[in-house]
Design a protein around this ligand. Structure first.
Ligand SMILES: Cc1cc2nc3c(=O)[nH]c(=O)nc-3n(C[C@H](O)[C@H](O)[C@H](O)COP(=O)(O)OP(=O)(O)OC[C@H]3O[C@@H](n4cnc5c(N)ncnc54)[C@H](O)[C@@H]3O)c2cc1C
Length: 338
């Protein structure tokens, strides 16, 4: 066994396997047994079932496959979305649809196993921020995985890797992993104040950070903004966070539970409420870290940071932009968002 090494801020790449139940559904829809020989990812021959399980993405619909359906069915909608130069219509069509939906909706369309494989994308590893400090958990790597599950077009859908980790990996199953280093997300000096904004699974690197700071006896103050929908179900690492707070390692903790009261409250609202103090931490050389959702949270937090600087620092919008640019160039504003 080769020992892996990582630094705080790195992520772990996980190579997943697809859900065997979905592989079975695809084989049935393709009228295949799974024993057919196809060329696998490395060019070696292998069974169709193994290729669908371990080497190819079998949920999201790749454009070449959609184009093949458009040609073979002559379906007007498929022809329009695949030939449209406006990406929006294609995106809208693909949202919530998977390969199995196409096969079920067009039972007359046939693909030979090798041809089908040729239209798929290679199965990609997924990255997860490492949520443990090697000093606190030698020989272990902890991850904080949010299982992706939703319903669309009348079917329950599952994220490939998150549900592989949540449901299908047994204690003894070897899972191929690798370290993905993240040089844009590195800790401040041990005595620098640190402000961490990490709602949901965004807490992952900050749990590792706090463990690391405790292990090395770092003197810098720590402030965590955390939250999600409901405190009763979503307060990840609650016992540890409360104990970090009791010990004084976590000097400040601000929580935002969007669904615990009638009006929605998010981490960015908490930042604005604490503008004066937050600005004072920045002025004292505090490093500002954000981890988690890139689509909305990171943008809202960035806007809130600009507002904090304007409100508490008495700056104009332009001056706030300059202040933030300076934070970034001093590596005092770092993000790990996805
Ligand atoms: C640097 C980095 C660090 C990360 N750290 C973490 C972490 O610490 N914890 C963590 O949980 N994740 C983390 N992620 C995200 C993680 O890599 C995966 O993207 C995530 O687990 C989903 O992968 P999956 O294979 O389960 O889902 P996939 O099979 O890849 O499916 C996800 C896709 O499903 C679709 N989808 C999702 N919800 C819906 C919906 N409601 N309706 C329609 N379509 C939908 C979207 O197209 C979405 O892209 C990180 C990502 C990066 C890049």
């Amino acid at each position: 066994m080769r020992l892996i090494q990582w630094q705080w801020g790195d992520a772990l790449g996980v190579v997943p396997q697809n859900d065997p139940a979905l592989v079975g559904e695809l084989l049935a829809a393709l009228d295949a047994t799974g024993d057919e020989s196809v060329s696998s990812r490395n060019g070696e021959p292998g069974s169709f079932r193994v290729a669908l399980t371990s080497h190819y993405e079998i949920t999201r619909i790749p454009k070449p496959l959609l184009e093949a359906f458009a040609v073979r069915t002559g379906d007007e909608l498929l022809q329009r979305v695949t030939s449209s130069t406006a990406n929006g219509e294609l995106k809208q069509f693909l949202w919530g649809r998977e390969i199995i939906d196409m096969l079920v909706a067009h039972p007359g369309v046939r693909f030979a196993p090798a041809e089908f494989i040729g239209l798929l994308r290679k199965l990609q590893p997924r990255l997860y921020s490492i949520s443990s400090s090697p000093k606190a958990h030698p020989g272990e790597v902890h991850l904080t995985v949010g299982a992706v599950r939703y319903e669309s077009f009348g079917r329950v859908r599952q994220g490939v890797c998150s549900t592989f980790l949540a449901d299908r990996v047994e204690a003894e199953t070897p899972v191929p992993v690798f370290v993905h280093s993240n040089n844009g997300f590195r800790p401040p000096p041990p005595d620098a104040p640190s402000i961490m904004v990490g709602p949901g699974t965004g807490i992952a690197p900050f749990r590792a950070f706090l463990e690391e700071r405790r292990a090395i006896g770092a003197k810098g103050k720590n402030w965590l903004f955390f939250g999600d929908q409901k405190s009763s179900t979503d307060f990840l690492y609650r016992d540890e966070i409360e104990s970090f707070q009791r010990e004084g390692l976590l000097s400040r903790l601000d929580l935002a539970w969007s669904r615990d009261q009638s009006e929605k409250v998010y981490v960015q609202n908490r930042m604005i409420e604490k503008a004066t103090e937050l600005f004072a931490w920045l002025e004292a050389g505090g490093a500002f870290y954000v981890c988690g959702d890139a689509s909305r949270m990171a943008k809202d937090v960035d806007t809130a940071l600009h507002q904090v600087i304007q409100i508490a620092g008495g700056k104009t919008a332009e001056q706030a932009m300059e202040y933030v640019a300076n934070l970034k160039s001093a590596k005092h504003y770092q993000r790990d968002v996805y």
